[in-house]
Write a protein that binds this ligand. Structure first.
Ligand SMILES: NC(=O)c1ccc[n+]([C@@H]2O[C@H](COP(=O)([O-])OP(=O)(O)OC[C@H]3O[C@@H](n4cnc5c(N)ncnc54)[C@H](O)[C@@H]3O)[C@@H](O)[C@H]2O)c1
Length: 273
């Protein structure tokens, strides 16, 4: 986030309670989104990976988040316990942000066909796609009859072959399909389920991908707007989808990538004749 940027303040989330996953540090996309939701009056719980307390607790405190619980999403008992903490604190929730992904470093480089192992593939699918299904089920159980909103984060490597993204691209494709099936199942209960697809952003997760810096530079150079994806833009789109502004939008994958996904090739590469 730009140091001097103030998330727009307002009342759009006043009276709403929800859960944020995926805050690891101040660069996390989940942190940008949580800051925007707090500026609009949301009350939140943070579920974070065990061991991240030192970084996560001061961030939570700075925006008035008092409910925190550790969770490794691959551990059923830890999931029971973390959602138990949320239920005890809030009773019901109105929104849920899933901002979790993982693949082994060795799978995020070079040849997809050569480097993908059974163990690595299943782990990426478990943490990055199945965890969303599990979270959606548990979050929906805490949502009132009036409905709610669930949001996850994906990347365009699900739709096109992006260098080094490999196994994660396959997991993101599964995640996006899961969003549509969950939207169908939960729609009759008034629960909306969407994914947002930001362009490359400088976070811990990006650092784990071979050539992550290149993804950033290419994302900027090849985007329609020829600029980086901003945290403010991502947080604003999340506010739309997680608040009542997002009513009637469900099952969608919303790109917030400065127009990276719409481009074929650039004007100056078109050649002449
Ligand atoms: N950074 C980008 O360029 C970019 C672009 C598009 C989408 N995304 C997606 O945004 C989401 C958030 O990533 P980020 O870029 O903010 O990076 P990040 O590293 O800050 O966030 C990823 C989070 O996943 C959590 N996590 C990983 N394994 C977990 C587990 N087993 N249990 C619980 N939590 C676990 C980490 O603790 C971390 O908080 C991810 O789904 C990522 O794929 C990122």
């Amino acid at each position: 986030m730009a140091e001097d940027y103030q998330m727009p303040k307002g009342e759009l989330m006043r009276g709403k309670r929800g859960v944020i996953t995926g805050v690891a540090n101040h660069q996390s996309i989940a942190w940008g989104i949580a800051s925007q939701l707090a500026a609009q009056g949301a009350e939140m719980a943070f579920l974070h990976l065990p061991g991240m307390e030192r970084r996560v607790e001061p961030l939570a405190e700075s925006i008035g988040v008092k409910v925190l619980a550790p969770v490794d999403v691959t551990d059923d008992a830890a999931m029971d316990s973390a959602f138990g903490v949320v239920e005890k604190a809030f009773g019901q929730i109105d929104f849920f942000l899933h901002a979790i992904a993982f693949a082994n470093r060795d799978e995020l480089k070079g040849s997809f066909v050569e480097n993908t192992t059974r163990e690595g593939f299943l782990r990426a699918m478990d943490v990055s796609a199945f965890s969303f299904v599990d979270c959606a089920r548990r979050a929906a159980a805490l949502m009132p009859d009036t409905g709610g909103s669930i949001l996850t984060l994906t990347y365009m490597g699900s739709e096109r072959a992006i260098p080094n993204y490999n196994t994660m691209g396959v997991a993101k494709a599964a995640l996006e399909a899961a969003v549509r099936y969950a939207a169908r199942d939960l729609g009759p209960r008034g629960i909306r389920v969407n994914a947002m697809s930001p362009g490359a952003m400088k976070t811990l997760s990006l650092a784990g991908i071979s050539g992550g810096r290149g993804m950033l530079a290419k994302g900027r150079a090849l985007s329609a707007m020829q600029e980086d994806t901003s945290m403010e833009g991502v947080a604003g789109a999340a506010l739309w989808l997680l608040s009542d502004l997002g009513l009637s939008t469900t099952g969608e994958v919303i790109h917030v990538d400065a127009g990276f996904h719409i481009m074929g090739f650039r004007e100056d590469e078109a050649g002449e004749g």
